[in-house]
Design a protein. Structure first.
Lengths: 279, 365, 347
C-alpha cells in the first residue's frame, strides 16, 4: 500500500475512533449539564445543549431530602462492611489455597469458589429473600445486604488473593522461618506486606462492586435501609422525575468509584481480568 | 562432638530424592556437597533446615534430635539460591530479621549488624532496598543475615553460582576467611566442582539419593570411588571407554572395545588389584589432564585427529578422535591445532582409572 | 549509647561468638538464655498443622454453603413443587413433578425472553468485545503522546465505573422520545427530520436501547483488558517483525491478534458471563416492557419469585438458568485454567 492510501486509512480509523470518544463522553457531558440546569429548562420540549441558566444549587438541593445523605451513608456502611468481610475471608482462604492446598484438590476448590461469582444470583436471591424474611430483622436490614454481597465479592477476593499470594515467592517465608519466625509471625512480617498492594486493589474492587450494586438492594431493602441506587427514583414530584436532582445525585454517588479507579487503575486491570492480565 | 548428623534420611518413595542418606559434619567443619543439578542437593538442605518433612530417618543438630522440630526452632541458618531477601525491607532490616525474631534490644542489634556488615563490606548499603543493590551485594546481605543469627549450622545453597566470575572468586576467598563459618558446622551445596575442591574441608558427592563418596577434596578427585563421582568432578569431563583387560606376556593391557587396535598398558600399581578382581570387562577413565598431546609421529601407537581446539588462555582444550572414539585432552596454552590435523597422544598409565562395568565402582581403589 | 559500650558489644560479638554461645541462643544447653531471647515452645511436627489450611478454606466454604448451596438446593426442591405465596407460608406444597418446567418451557414468555437473551448476548457481549479490542489497539498504536493515551483511556473507561443502575437511568433520560437528548442530537446533526421522533422504548426498540446503554458502559472492560494485554507484549518481537519487513496488516493479523487471543477470549468470557445475568438496566430502563418486549429470563425469574410469589415457577426458571450457567461456567473455567497455566499465573 502506498503511503498516501495508508494515511487515508489511518485518518478514517482516527475519525471512527473520535466518534466513539464523543459517543462515550456525550452522555457524561449531558449528565453534568443536566445536573446544573433548573428543572423547567430540562422539561422543555427541546433540550438545551448548554445550560441557559446555571443552577449549581442543585447539588445542595439534593440534600434537602435527609434520605439522600442517609442513602449514601447506608451505601458506605454496606459496602465497607462487606468489603472488610470479603477481604478477611478471601485473604485467609487465598493464602491457604496458594500455599498449602497446591494439589489437584486445592486447584479445583479454587475454581469452585470462583464459579460462585459467575452464576446468575437468581437461584440465590429468592430463597434468601424468604430466609431473611423469617428472621426477626427481616429482609430490610444492613445484614441482609452485607451477607448477600458476599455471594459475588468473597469468591472474587479469595481468587485474587490466591493469585497475589502465588506471586510472592514462598522462599521469602521460608527464609523468615529460618530467621526464627513462626508461620504466623512470618506471615505478618513478610507475606502480608508483599501482598498489601494487591489487597488494596482487591478491597477497592470489592468496595466498588458493593457500592454499585442495585438488584439485591432493590429487591430486599428499601425502607429501613436504602442504598443510594434505590434512593434515586425518589427524586420526583408526583409523576414528574426531577432529572436535575437525579443527575446531580448520581454524579455525587459515582465520584467514589471513579476516583478509586483513576488512582488504582494499574492494579484494577489485574483484578478485573481475574488475575490473568498483569497490568 | 558432631554438630550435624543425618541418619538414614529419606525423602520421596517411588523415586526417592534422598535414599537413606547419612552424613556427619563435625564442629568447625566446612562440608561441601557437590552434584549435578536436579539431583536433590537443595532438597537435602531443606530437609536439614526443616522446610521439607522427612519420609524417614533423623536429623540431629548439636546432638539434639530435630527431626520433628520446626525450622524456626532448629538453630540452622540458610542462604537460598535466590538469596530470598525481603524486597520490602532495607538491607539493614533484612539482616536484622533473625535478631528481631528473638527480640534483641535495638542498640545491641545495631552494633551486631554494623560489625558484620563492615566485615562483609556492605556497611554503606544498609539503607538500600534489595532491588537497588548488585548480585554480589545481595549475596553478602544474605550471608550477613545468616551470620548474625549465630546458628549451630550454616546451610549455604549455591551461594555464589549466579554471580559473575570475578565476584565469585572474591566471595570464595571470603568463605575461607570468615571465622564464623569455621567455628560451627557448615553445609555448602554447589554444582561447581572447582568451588567444592577449593572450599571444602571435606566433600560429599551426591548422586542417586545418597552420598556416593565422602572425603578430602584431593582424595575424591584422584581416587573417585565410582564412575559417577569421576564424571562429576573435573572439567572437562573425564573420557570413558568400555575396554577389555587382557593379559599379554607378563603385562596387562586394556583393549578399547570401540577401537580394538588400541591397547593401553596397565600400570603396575593397578595391576594387582585388577588381577584380583579377575580382569575381564571394565570402563576405562582417562582424565583430560592425563593426556599429553604431541606432534604427529606416524609410528606412535596412539594416533588421533583434531576435531575442535579451544584456546582458553591459561590452557587449551582439544577435542579429538582416537580412531572412532572421541577424546578430550588439556594442552599447554601455547599449543595450536588445526581441525583435521593428526596428533599423537601420550596417556599417563598410572593416572588411568578402571571402573566395574556393572555398578561403576572403582576397581583399583 | 557511648562509643565504649558500643565497642564492647562489637568486641563481644566478634570474639565471643563461640559454638557455646550459639548453643545457648538456640536452647540446646543448660546455661541460661540471654534475657532478650523470647523462647517459644515448639509443637513439633510440620510447619503448620493440617487443620490450619482446612479451617482457612473452610470459612468461605461454609459461607458459600449457607448463602449459595443452601438456596440453590431450596430452589431445586421447589422447582418440583407447586409452591406459591399461600402454600409457602402454610407449609403445604405438593410435588408436581416436571409440571413447572413443562409450563415454563412451553410458554411464549419464556421463549421470547430466550430469543431476547440471544439478541442481547450477540449484540451486547460480542459487539462490546470486538469494539473494545479495536479501540484498545487503536489507542495503543495511534494515540500519541503517551500522556494522551492514558487520558483517553481513563475517559473511555469512566462509564464502566458508574453504577449500572445510574447508567441505566442516564440512558433512559437521554433516550426519551420527545425531549430526549439523543433524538434532538440526531435532528441537530441533520440525520433526522425536525418533526421525527424515534420511540426508543417501543416494542421494537426497547431491547436495542438496552443494548446501546450496556455497550456504552461495558465496552470499556474488554478495552481495558486488551489494552493492558497489548502493553505487556514483548517489544522485541515487534522489532524483529519490523526488521523482517512485515506490513502493518501482517503485524496485526499474524502477531498481535494471535498473541492476544487468550486475553481477548478471557475478556469475552467475562463479558458473556456478566451479560448472562444482566438485569440491572432492565429494571431501571424498561421494567421488561413495553408488553414484555425486553424481558430476559433472569428478570422474569425475579418477577415471578419476589413480585408475584409464584415460587415453583420462578424456581423452574432459576434452575433452567442455573443449568445453562453451569455448563458455560464449566467450559469457561476449563479454559481459564489453561490460560492461567500458559500465562504463568499458576504452576
Amino acid at each position: 500500500m502506498d503511503t498516501n492510501a495508508k494515511r487515508i486509512v489511518v485518518w478514517l480509523i482516527l475519525i471512527g475512533f473520535g466518534i466513539w470518544v464523543l459517543f462515550t463522553l456525550f452522555p457524561l457531558y449531558f449528565m453534568i449539564i443536566t445536573a446544573l440546569k433548573p428543572v423547567e429548562e430540562i422539561n422543555r420540549m427541546v433540550p438545551t445543549f448548554w445550560p441557559e441558566t446555571f443552577r449549581p444549587d442543585n447539588f445542595r438541593g439534593i440534600f434537602a431530602d435527609p434520605g439522600s445523605l442517609k442513602s449514601l451513608i447506608d451505601s458506605v456502611i454496606v459496602a465497607s462492611a462487606n468489603t472488610a468481610l470479603s477481604l478477611f475471608l478471601g485473604t485467609l482462604a487465598g493464602y491457604a489455597l496458594a500455599r498449602y492446598l497446591t494439589g489437584v484438590v486445592g486447584e479445583n476448590l479454587a475454581f469452585f469458589i470462583l464459579s460462585n461469582r459467575m452464576f446468575p444470583p437468581v437461584a440465590i436471591l429468592i430463597p434468601m429473600f424468604f430466609l431473611f424474611d423469617a428472621t426477626p430483622w427481616g429482609t430490610d436490614s444492613y445484614w441482609s445486604l452485607i451477607i448477600l454481597y458476599l455471594v459475588f465479592n468473597m469468591p472474587l477476593a479469595t481468587w485474587l488473593m490466591m493469585v497475589f499470594f502465588r506471586d510472592t515467592p514462598r522462599e521469602l517465608e521460608e527464609a523468615a522461618y529460618l530467621d526464627g519466625y513462626t508461620p504466623l509471625r512470618a506471615f505478618f512480617k513478610v507475606t502480608l506486606p508483599l501482598v498489601f498492594p494487591g489487597m488494596v486493589s482487591v478491597a477497592m474492587l470489592c468496595w466498588i462492586f458493593a457500592w454499585n450494586e442495585y438488584l439485591f438492594a432493590n429487591l430486599l431493602t428499601g425502607t429501613t435501609v436504602k442504598t443510594f441506587p434505590v434512593h434515586i427514583p425518589s427524586f420526583a414530584a408526583g409523576s414528574q422525575t426531577l432529572w436535575n436532582f437525579v443527575m446531580a445525585f448520581s454524579l455525587v454517588a459515582m465520584l467514589p468509584p471513579v476516583i478509586l479507579f483513576i488512582a488504582l487503575r494499574r492494579y484494577m486491570v489485574r483484578g478485573l481480568s481475574l488475575g490473568v492480565v498483569k497490568g | 562432638m558432631p554438630r550435624l548428623e543425618l541418619d538414614a534420611v529419606c525423602k520421596g518413595y517411588a523415586h526417592p530424592v534422598l535414599d537413606r542418606l547419612s552424613l556427619t559434619v563435625d564442629e568447625g567443619e566446612f562440608f561441601v556437597i557437590v552434584g549435578p543439578s536436579g539431583i536433590g542437593k537443595t532438597t537435602l538442605l531443606r530437609c536439614v533446615a526443616g522446610l521439607e518433612r522427612l519420609d524417614g530417618g533423623r536429623v540431629l543438630i548439636g546432638g539434639r534430635d530435630v527431626t520433628r522440630v520446626p525450622p524456626y526452632r532448629r538453630g540452622a541458618a540458610m542462604t537460598f539460591e535466590s538469596y530470598a531477601l525481603y524486597p520490602h525491607l532495607t538491607v539493614f532490616e533484612n539482616i536484622a530479621s533473625p535478631l528481631r525474631a528473638r527480640g534483641m534490644p535495638a542498640a545491641e542489634l545495631r552494633a551486631t549488624i554494623e560489625a558484620k556488615t563492615t566485615l562483609l563490606r556492605i556497611e554503606h548499603l544498609l539503607e538500600r532496598k534489595p532491588h537497588e543493590i548488585s548480585g554480589g551485594q545481595k549475596q553478602r546481605t544474605a550471608l550477613a543475615r545468616t551470620l548474625v543469627a549465630r546458628p549451630l549450622v550454616f546451610l549455604l545453597d549455591e551461594p555464589i553460582s549466579h554471580l559473575d566470575a570475578k565476584i565469585r572468586h572474591e566471595l570464595r576467598r571470603q568463605f575461607h576467611t570468615l571465622d564464623e563459618l569455621r567455628r560451627v558446622a557448615t553445609l555448602y551445596v554447589t554444582h561447581d566442582y572447582a568451588e567444592a575442591l577449593s572450599l571444602g574441608d571435606r566433600i560429599g558427592v551426591l548422586g542417586h539419593g545418597r552420598l556416593e563418596q565422602i572425603g578430602r577434596p584431593r582424595d575424591i578427585f584422584e581416587r573417585p570411588c565410582n564412575l559417577f563421582v569421576a564424571q562429576h568432578l573435573g572439567q572437562p569431563t573425564i573420557n570413558t571407554y568400555a575396554c577389555a583387560l587382557e593379559r599379554q606376556d607378563d603385562r596387562v593391557l586394556a583393549r578399547l572395545s570401540g577401537a580394538p587396535e588400541i591397547r593401553l598398558p596397565v600400570a603396575d600399581a593397578h595391576r594387582v588389584r585388577l588381577e584380583a578382581s579377575g580382569l575381564g570387562q571394565a570402563t576405562l577413565g582417562v582424565r583430560p589432564q592425563s593426556v599429553r598431546v604431541d606432534g604427529a609421529d606416524p609410528r606412535h601407537p596412539l594416533r588421533a585427529t583434531v576435531d575442535v581446539y579451544e584456546a582458553l588462555g591459561a590452557q587449551g582444550i582439544l577435542l579429538g578422535r582416537l580412531g572412532s572414539l572421541p577424546i578430550t585432552a588439556i594442552t599447554p596454552p601455547e599449543a595450536r591445532f588445526e581441525h583435521g590435523t593428526p596428533v599423537t597422544l601420550d596417556i599417563a598409565s598410572d593416572e588411568l582409572l578402571y571402573f566395574a562395568p556393572d555398578d561403576g565402582r572403582n576397581l583399583v581403589l | 549509647m557511648s562509643t565504649t559500650s558500643q565497642a564492647a558489644f562489637v568486641d563481644r560479638h566478634e570474639a565471643d561468638v563461640s559454638e557455646r554461645d550459639a548453643a545457648r541462643v538456640w536452647g540446646t544447653s543448660a546455661r541460661p538464655l540471654p534475657d532478650w531471647f523470647q523462647q517459644k515452645r515448639s509443637r513439633g511436627g510440620g510447619l503448620v498443622g493440617a487443620w490450619v489450611p482446612i479451617v482457612l478454606v473452610g470459612l468461605p466454604l461454609a459461607v458459600i454453603l449457607a448463602i449459595v448451596i443452601y438456596p440453590t438446593v431450596w430452589m431445586f426442591y421447589h422447582a418440583f413443587h407447586d409452591t406459591n405465596m399461600m402454600s409457602l407460608f402454610s407449609g403445604n406444597w405438593q410435588p408436581v413433578g416436571f409440571a413447572n418446567f413443562g409450563y415454563v418451557l412451553t410458554s411464549d414468555r419464556f421463549q421470547d425472553s430466550v430469543s431476547n437473551l440471544a439478541f442481547y448476548l450477540t449484540f451486547g457481549a460480542t459487539l462490546q468485545v470486538l469494539l473494545g479490542t479495536a479501540l484498545a489497539l487503536i489507542i495503543y498504536e495511534l494515540v500519541r503522546p503517551r500522556w494522551l493515551q492514558t487520558l483517553v483511556l481513563i475517559l473511555l473507561v469512566l462509564p464502566m465505573m458508574m453504577p449500572p443502575s445510574i447508567a441505566g437511568t442516564l440512558w433512559k433520560f437521554l433516550l426519551q422520545a420527545n425531549n430526549g437528548a439523543i433524538n434532538h442530537l440526531l435532528i441537530n446533526l441533520g440525520l433526522m427530520g425536525a418533526d421525527q421522533r424515534i420511540e426508543w422504548f417501543s416494542v421494537d426498540l426497547s431491547l436495542v436501547s438496552l443494548v446501546i446503554a450496556d455497550t456504552w458502559q461495558w465496552t470499556a472492560l474488554p478495552l481495558l483488558i486488551v489494552y493492558s494485554g497489548r502493553v505487556s507484549l514483548p517489544p522485541a518481537i515487534y522489532e524483529a517483525a519490523r526488521v523482517d519487513g512485515a506490513s502493518t496488516w501482517q503485524v496485526l493479523t499474524r502477531l498481535t491478534l494471535p498473541m492476544l487471543r487468550e486475553i481477548i477470549a478471557i475478556a469475552f468470557i467475562l463479558r458473556f458471563m456478566d451479560a448472562y445475568k444482566f438485569v440491572d438496566k432492565v429494571y431501571v430502563m424498561t421494567s421488561g416492557g413495553p408488553a414484555q418486549s425486553s424481558e430476559l429470563p433472569v428478570y422474569i425469574a425475579f418477577q415471578k419469585g419476589i413480585r408475584e410469589f409464584q415460587i415453583g415457577e420462578a424456581a423452574a426458571y432459576a434452575i433452567i438458568i442455573f443449568v445453562f450457567a453451569a455448563v458455560l461456567i464449566t467450559l469457561f473455567l476449563q479454559y481459564l485454567k489453561r490460560v492461567m497455566r500458559h500465562q504463568g499465573v499458576t504452576s
